[in-house]
Design a protein around this ligand. Structure first.
Ligand code: ADP
Length: 656
């Protein structure tokens, strides 16, 4: 049968023109008779190039055999399955293809040719390869990767899921996902499915799931919707990471941080507080917390005349009543090691210890007392070597105190010992300081009486002595006596402040008038200094006239004393915007540096570097501040070294 006949036979070639697959027909000599546009697109040859040519130009040499095998089997009337093979394009590219062969027969049923439907499977192969890679990744992942449908039924289960959850793929697939969810978290699933149905991903969700053996696992879940080709959500993929170890590490870190914070706060309170009972309470609370003890206590190592320790302690973890049946922490076998400073006693079960139960009258714990099984006791030893006391901890279960707890308490105990040592020193210092205050009070009081009489006698002597050298001496004596009087008065005031006995006689007073009076009186004594007064009249305050006079005089005297080479002193008194009366005394002397500005209001503080020695005790500003603050006011200094100083105080206005 010639090729022309074949051509006519296949006039319906145009049908194939729209196909995506290449359709090529050839006769039994392999001469191409039909070549559709898809074949042209796939191989790059036009039908003009291809028609009447032998189809072998598309076939790599090593595959020639394929053609004859298939054509032979077609001739024998056998059906052939498609093959996957390679064909060559015009530019010699190897194209992966799948080919379906069909026999073409004439009216008598005699095979006269073959049609080949050729599909480019490059994309398909790539997709398959990618899928294979993905599958390998999923299988190789240590994370559990699981998918489920929207009813929650597990549809895939990788090796990671097997090792994390313990179920094999056979056991898990087909089961409901709630298999893994603890009872109390079952409603999480509904929430997750709800998100998935709406196409939302659930990311890094930290939760608990169960292994096959029932042990809980801390896991981090990421759940994404799975969609079909149409984009409709049909299930969910779930990646679960076992974060139990991470959680453990985190919680160990948290614990560690907590311990550090507690230790730090103990250290801080020890260095800040001198109230030893507070410190001991804090130490007992913190160590009870750190050791996980049911209770903790501090016992002093004080012994009465019979040699018994007596109960003086701080207690933590239980109310005091719980210790009502506790015997005095006497010199018993169990307590001895601690109170003698021998060392730490840490016992998993004290009731089984040979030292336990040896002493009259209880032979162990008295009935009704807290049960103590785990026992830890650490002596608190002073730097002098004497034992101040001990920290004791108990727990009703055995083996609760570990070496790390012992280390912690030993550490804290040494800090507590320092606190106790300091508090002893503090007590001694306060005792001394109290004695000093008592002495100053007594001495200044005793000095006042003769000073007052001397002043009286000198005034009389001044009046009756005619002008001349004698009277001059008397006047000098009066001025020196004034200075002495001020010093003694300051000392007397200090002792009154200390004893809380500085009294005030408050009245409504015209501060402007008082300032004018003071300035007039001082004008004589502070020469060559001159006061430049700038003041609003009629400034009324509630105050003690004598004490406020003392304040203003002290500030003006200081301005003259410490600025000997700057004769101008400014005194300003006015109301500020808050209605307070503010008085400022300004000089143009050496000024005061920042560091000293905060110190000069303290007791006995004097700046040493004045050019010439100036008499004083460093009490004036301390007393001044006390007086102002007791009036409800404030006092402050503004100064720059070399540029003078301004001392100001404010008083609440009585009319405000
Ligand atoms: P005293 O004058 O007895 O030393 P004060 O308490 O009045 O005590 O003053 C404390 C210190 O403050 C003084 O020793 C002085 O060094 C400093 N000081 C006070 N006023 C001035 C001032 N106007 N200029 C510079 N220094 C001053």
């Amino acid at each position: 049968m010639n090729t022309n006949t074949l051509r006519q036979l296949f006039t319906f070639q145009s049908i194939f023109d729209g196909l995506e697959d290449a359709v090529i027909c050839h006769d039994l000599e392999l001469i191409i008779t039909n070549w559709n546009p898809a074949a042209e697109r796939m191989f790059g040859y036009t039908s003009y190039d291809a028609l009447d040519e032998n189809i072998l130009f598309l076939v790599p040499e090593d595959k020639y055999n394929e053609q004859s095998v298939i054509i032979n089997s077609l001739l024998e009337g056998k059906r052939t399955a498609g093959i996957s093979t390679i064909r060559l394009s015009k530019d010699s590219n190897a194209i992966p293809v799948s080919i379906t062969f069909s026999a073409i027969s004439d009216e008598e049923g005699i095979v006269i040719g073959v049609s080949q439907i050729i599909r480019n499977i490059a994309d398909e192969q790539r997709a398959q390869r990618e899928q294979a890679i993905l599958a390998a990744i999923i299988e190789g992942s240590e994370d559990a990767i699981v998918s489920k449908n929207l009813d929650g039924i597990i549809t895939t289960w990788n090796k990671g899921a097997e090792s994390i959850f313990g179920y094999s793929a056979e056991e898990a697939i087909g089961q409901h996902i709630s298999l893994l969810i603890p009872q109390e978290r079952l409603d999480e699933e509904a929430h997750i499915i709800e998100n998935i149905k709406q196409g939302r991903k659930v990311d890094h969700y930290h939760t608990i799931r169960l292994r096959q053996d029932g042990t809980p696992l801390d896991i981090s879940l990421t759940i994404s919707p799975i969609r079909n080709k149409e984009g409709i959500v049909i299930g969910a993929s779930k990646v679960a990471r076992d974060i139990t170890d991470r959680r453990k590490a985190e919680s160990a870190l948290e614990q560690h941080a907590k311990k550090l914070a507690i230790l730090n706060s103990i250290g801080k309170s020890i260095s800040e507080r001198l109230d030893v009972n507070l410190i001991l309470q804090k130490v007992t609370d913190a160590t009870t917390d750190l050791t996980g003890a049911a209770f903790g206590a501090f016992f002093y190592n004080k012994v009465n005349s019979e040699g018994e320790s007596y109960m003086l302690y701080t207690l933590s973890g239980v109310p005091r009543e719980a210790f009502s049946k506790f015997p005095m922490p006497r010199n018993t076998a169990v307590f001895h090691a601690t109170f003698s400073g021998e060392g730490v006693v840490r016992v998993d079960d004290i009731t089984k210890d040979p030292r336990y139960g040896q002493n009259d009258p209880y032979f162990g714990m008295p009935k009704g007392h807290l049960p103590v099984v785990s026992y830890l006791a650490v002596p608190v030893i002073s730097s002098s070597g004497s034992v101040n006391g001990g920290l004791f901890f108990g727990h009703p279960e055995p083996g609760r105190f570990l070496a790390e707890h012992e280390d912690l308490v030993v550490n804290v105990a040494s800090q507590a010992a320092i606190a106790l040592d300091n508090s002893k020193l503090f007590e001694e210092v306060s005792e001394l300081s109290q004695k000093k205050d008592e002495f100053i009070a007594l001495a200044s009081h005793e000095l006042k009486t003769p000073l007052t009489s001397m002043n009286g006698f000198l005034q009389i002597a001044q009046r009756i002595t005619p002008e001349g050298a004698g009277r001059n001496f008397i006047e000098k004596s009066i001025r020196q006596l004034d200075k002495l009087n001020t010093l003694v008065s300051d000392l007397f005031d200090i002792s009154k402040i200390k004893a809380g006995k500085l009294e005030f006689h408050v009245e409504e007073l015209d501060l402007s008038a008082l300032i004018v009076e003071i300035c007039d009186a001082l004008a004589q004594t502070i020469t060559p200094h001159q006061i430049d007064l700038g003041m609003n009249p009629g400034l009324v305050v509630m105050g003690d006239r004598i004490r406020l006079e003392q304040v203003i005089t002290n500030l003006i005297n200081n301005a003259a004393k410490y600025a000997p080479n700057a004769p101008e002193i400014k005194v300003i008194a006015e109301k500020n915007k808050d209605g307070e009366v503010v008085v400022a005394v300004k000089d143009y002397g050496p000024g005061i540096n920042k560091e000293n500005q905060s110190r000069i209001f303290g007791q006995f503080y004097r700046i040493q570097n004045h050019q010439r020695p100036v008499s004083g005790l460093g009490l004036g500003l301390y007393i001044t501040r006390e007086i102002i603050e007791r009036h409800g006011g404030r006092i402050w200094v503004e100064s720059e070294e070399g540029k003078g100083a301004t001392f100001s105080f404010s008083l609440p206005s009585s009319l405000a």
